[in-house]
Design a protein. Structure first.
Length: 121
């Protein structure tokens, strides 16, 4: 009986431990018909060792800008250290990488990554 109780407690912790992906006040994990999202990661290469990453999410909202497409955590814009850390965040919150493509920005060293993610089944 103790093993069953321990197993159920661990299962509850795993389910409760799943975070939220909040964009423009919308928890994407709670929208039942949403299967795909587009994560855009803009990597601004200011120099050889300096870079700034901005991540936006398109979940089907009518218009997009920094204010309504940024991932928030506790009401603050979530910052990611790298494109991989952003992808890991989404994976941990129930989204699988489906397709990726890169769009170089002409005349600059900046990069724009498009990542299509699909809700885990």
């Amino acid at each position: 009986m103790k093993k069953v109780t321990l197993f159920l407690a661990l299962c509850m912790v795993c389910v409760a431990g799943r975070g939220q992906v909040v964009v423009n006040g919308v928890n994407l994990n709670e929208v039942p018909d949403m299967q795909y999202i587009l994560v855009m990661a803009f990597l601004d290469m200011d120099g050889l060792f300096s870079q700034k990453l901005t991540v936006w999410v398109n979940y089907g909202q009518k218009s997009m800008n920094k204010k309504n497409a940024s991932v928030t955590e506790d009401g603050e814009e979530k910052e990611f250290g790298s494109v991989v850390s952003a992808l890991n965040f989404f994976y941990e919150n129930g989204w699988d990488l489906h397709e990726t493509f890169l769009v170089p920005q002409p005349g600059t060293t900046n990069l724009l990554f498009y990542h299509f993610l699909r809700r885990k089944r």
